[in-house]
Design a binder for this molecule. Sequence first.
Ligand code: ZN
Length: 135
Amino acid sequence: MAGGAPGDGGPPPGQAGGPGAGTGGPILGWHAHLYYATPEERALAAAIRAEIAALFPAAVLGRWRDGPVGPHPRAMYQVAFGPGLFPAFVPWLALNRRGLTVLLHPETGRQRADHSAHAMWLGEVLPLKLEVLPA
Ligand code: ZN
């Protein structure tokens, strides 16, 4: 009778989806969406963008979107990054967002959940147009 008591629970931590287990997963990557509403906020977003490019060259900077697009109700640009960059980049962003609102969401392939149940916000929480996303 090796291997412990029979029926003593589910899979050990780190299996059955690992860190991505839950309502989705695994997490293939992350997006940070940096929102701005005024010329002043756009200038702040530009300064942050330059710092991201210098400090986190592995992050992929999306193009400027000077108006609502997709589920996003406000002008923004996107920063795409892999799970390995999260522990360095997200704390840096928390300290350097200069008051801008930031949506952080994982990419699990479930877009609507990734932008709602799975999402994190720095600053204000904006109402997203979730109905445009596949469930
Ligand atoms: Zn996104």
